[in-house]
Ligand binder design. Structure first.
Ligand code: BTN
Length: 333
């Protein structure tokens, strides 16, 4: 069985002890078996509950694992995922982080073997979005960052957010059945409303990439009233919970997402940009539509013709066709 890294080893062993026990396990029994004090047993129980495990306790009887978690905790992800790179090295899980992106960048800077590291937080107090915007990240979302050290030229790294958007789109479709679609540059949409966004932080030389940190935010089990501020002139937002009318299993969604991220990443490394752009086109419903692109407060109207192999948008305007490298796009559906 695959195990998550050192930090969580004791908790995972304690969990195994609890789950193997039939009926209630007394605090004394658990303490003896785990080789820890009674108060350490209580701390482990509290931590497991905080991680989403339902643990019943009965006075004089002890504890019983009633059901497992649906939270994206590293030790469960390690068991659920079939990946070779992503999530196979360091996995960091925080109940509360400033930004998973900041933690992942620090890991990438510090460790030469950080490729594949994943940082996940239940909530972020300083979540970052594109264009220096805030990204509100209350409990219930999927907020994570992945460190990659890709063997691709720097010029191709503009497609890494496309790789992530493809992975999110397919993971959402597969685990919820919702018809997610892609909007340039990297938004994942459901019925024209944004459900997820991607952020790329890159450290690169002229020719080679030192590391890339891909940040992914999915409004999963989020009450949209908690994330609806500061959005003037921005796309409408939704959450998976709002679309489905119920909570989803974030563990399954995250495991599927990380698997797909690795698959599309390998497509980019081995197959090149054209293959990723072709996959992107297949999942987007905006090509051929009238759009307005806002760049530094200036709007340009036109028809979204295509995506170039570097990820830029080909926009047909009244005065000719132009390539747009970054911006916000509004689609007239
Ligand atoms: C966007 O503006 O559309 C991109 C949003 C990216 C948000 C994610 S949440 C996990 C990671 N940590 C951050 O601080 N931001 C990214």
């Amino acid at each position: 069985m695959a195990r998550a890294s050192g930090e969580y080893k004791r908790l995972e062993e304690f969990l195994e002890l609890l789950s193997r026990h039939e009926g209630y396990a007394s605090g004394q029994f658990l303490a003896k078996k785990a080789g820890i004090s009674r108060s350490a047993v209580w701390k482990q129980i509290r931590r497991l509950r905080q991680c989403g495990y339902a643990i019943e306790s009965l006075h004089g009887m002890g504890y019983r694992l009633a059901s497992s978690t649906t939270y994206p905790v590293p030790w469960e992800l390690a068991k659920a995922m079939r990946t070779a790179i992503v999530g196979r090295g360091r996995m960091v899980y925080r109940d509360n982080a400033d930004s998973t992106q900041t933690i992942a960048i620090a890991l990438a800077e510090k460790h030469t073997d950080a490729a594949g590291a994943v940082v996940i937080a239940e909530q972020q107090s300083g979540g970052r979005g594109r264009m220096k915007r805030r990204w509100l990240s209350p409990r219930g979302g999927v907020w994570l960052s992945v460190v990659l050290k890709p063997g691709i030229p720097t010029a191709t790294s503009t497609l890494l957010p496309f790789v992530a958007a493809l992975a999110v789109c397919d993971a959402v479709r597969e685990t919820t059945g919702l018809s997610a679609a892609l909007k340039w540059p990297n938004d994942v949409m459901i019925k024209g409303k944004k459900v997820a966004g991607i952020l790329l932080d890159l450290s690169a030389e002229a020719e080679t990439v030192n590391y890339a940190v891909i940040g992914i935010g999915i409004n999963a089990n989020v009450d949209t009233s908690k994330i609806k501020i500061d959005r003037e002139g921005r796309p409408e937002i939704t959450s998976l919970k709002e679309e489905l009318g119920k909570d989803i299993d974030r563990l399954r969604l995250t495991a599927t997402l990380l698997e797909k991220l690795e698959q599309f990443y390998l497509v980019l490394e081995k197959g090149g940009p054209a293959k990723i752009v072709a996959e992107w086109r297949r999942r987007s419903d905006m090509l051929g539509k009238k759009v307005s692109v806002v760049q530094q407060g200036r709007a340009e109207e036109g028809v979204a013709q295509d995506i170039n192999d570097d990820g830029s948008l080909l926009l047909k305007t009244a005065s000719g066709t132009v390539s747009i490298v970054s911006g916000d796009i509004h689609v007239s559906y």
